[in-house]
Design a protein around this ligand. Sequence first.
Ligand code: 9YT
Length: 129
Amino acid sequence: MIVRSLAEIKGTEWDVQTDKWASRRLLIRGDGLGFSLSETIIHPGSESTIWYKNHFEACYCVEGEGEIESLEPECQKSKIEPGVLYALDKHDKHILRAFTPLKLICVFAPALSGTEIHDPDGSYPLSND
Ligand code: 9YT
């Protein structure tokens, strides 16, 4: 069994900061579960264009207010607030906007290696370690 706290991740290489978000990768590929789990804070006022062409992602909002706009394969705008989940089951290209600090619990399959930041097209590469 794995028992781990956010405090153990903070300040390590699995605590990834960008100008638009901070993501603490609590479970990573090396844990061997086949998925990873992150606590992600999307910074207020940010707009991110994302396309996880190599991964599936599901995000469950626990704090904050924002909006997701799916672009491909279909267009749809949805409010994100505590208790709302979105899952990119079609590798949907999307724009994520945070109106306040948006805290999301994010699951990726296949698992992230733990240190990824977005490529220019908004994707993460497939990890081979
Ligand atoms: C919602 C989203 O994808 N934000 C970027 C960070 C991502 N959740 C991650 O790497 O954990």
